[in-house]
Ligand binder design. Structure first.
Ligand code: CO
Length: 237
């Protein structure tokens, strides 16, 4: 899983370097698919419940599962969440980053990205033998809400291994001490989805793209993290 995680990171770094005003989300998709195959892995999302692409590219008020399109041209001041999963020798990796487009984004949006990423790292600190899933979930929720933003309820993180989605579910809200206990060797895909406005969501007519109900901006960061005796081991860094 370290090898599949490393490939996901290489793809996200590569895609991040291509993001600029004028680039289309389909342009990112094509580059990512070539990169995944060059690195010897297979895309995990394409064909999963008939999802058509190797990336999810979710712009501005899109939360997750945005479908790359030739018509979606990124412009300065946008944010784009890029989510990528691969499978290598039967083991899955999954990670996401929200990138700014261009040199300047609104200060509130910059804060949204910083808070979402920091919430992910606070959650990662809870990935310890004997802790509960609720400790991970609460760490996200507490950091996000203390900063005036809201966590999405309808989409969650997950266990990952020889399948993309395994037990347990890892919500971005919860209560410390509640839920399944973490055991050595488990791997969690932790993925805070944070709205700058209200938490409500809806799904567009394409049946995939999740957007904020109030049109506010949304950010998404994700890592796969293994539970080890030495503490959290990030596999996608
Ligand atoms: Co995931």
């Amino acid at each position: 899983m370290r090898r599949s995680g490393r490939i996901v990171r290489q793809v996200l770094d590569y895609v991040g370097g291509l993001i600029a005003p004028g680039v289309t989300t389909m342009g990112l998709e094509r580059a990512a698919e070539r990169k995944i195959r060059d690195l010897g892995a297979k895309p995990a999302f394409k064909g999963y419940y008939d999802y058509p692409c190797v990336l999810c590219t979710s712009v501005n008020e899109e939360i997750v599962h945005g479908i790359p399109s030739d018509k979606r041209v990124l412009k300065a001041g946008d944010i784009v969440s890029v989510d990528c999963g691969v499978v290598l020798d039967g083991y899955y990796g999954d990670a996401a980053v929200t990138f700014p487009v261009g040199d300047s984004i609104a200060e509130e949006v910059r804060k949204l990205l910083d808070v979402t990423k920091a919430a992910l790292y606070k959650a990662i600190q809870q990935v310890r033998i004997g802790n509960a899933v609720g400790d991970v979930s609460a760490a996200v929720q507490e950091h996000v809400e203390a900063n005036g933003f809201s966590v999405v309820r309808e989409f969650v993180g997950h266990g990952i291994g020889t399948k993309l989605h395994e037990e347990p579910q890892v919500p971005n809200f919860g209560t410390r001490g509640h839920g399944a206990r973490l055991r050595e060797g488990m791997v969690l895909a932790i993925e805070p989805m944070v709205n700058s406005g209200q938490p409500g969501t809806r799904v567009l007519e394409d049946k995939w793209t999740a957007v904020t109900a109030d049109g506010s901006a949304s950010a998404h960061f994700e890592h796969c993290v293994a539970v080890t005796k030495e503490g959290p081991m990030i596999l996608t860094e």
